[in-house]
Design a protein around this ligand. Structure first.
Ligand SMILES: [Zn+2]
Length: 82
């Protein structure tokens, strides 16, 4: 994975969190990343606590990636299958 941007931003519109899939309302302070993964340009917003959980889960060598929206908010715990 090649990280292009990784910064804290205040959102101007509604997004959903890459990590937990929950809504991020406009005006929230969140982490924004833009990156190249498996040859494709991606970008995503994450709650700050979800970004912290992601770093715990992946470490800083994050070539394994993760499934978008598959974790409980702010934790490294996978959601139950529905
Ligand atoms: Zn989240």
């Amino acid at each position: 994975m090649t990280l292009l941007q990784d910064k804290d931003v205040r959102t101007r519109k509604l997004h959903s969190c890459e990590w937990c899939g929950e809504a991020i309302p406009a005006g929230s302070c969140v982490n924004f990343r833009a990156y190249i993964f498996e040859g494709a340009l991606n970008s995503g917003w994450q709650h700050l606590e979800c970004n912290a959980a992601m770093h715990l889960y992946l470490g800083y060598d994050d070539d394994d990636g993760f499934d978008v929206g598959s974790f409980m908010r702010g934790t490294c715990t996978l959601k139950e299958e529905e």
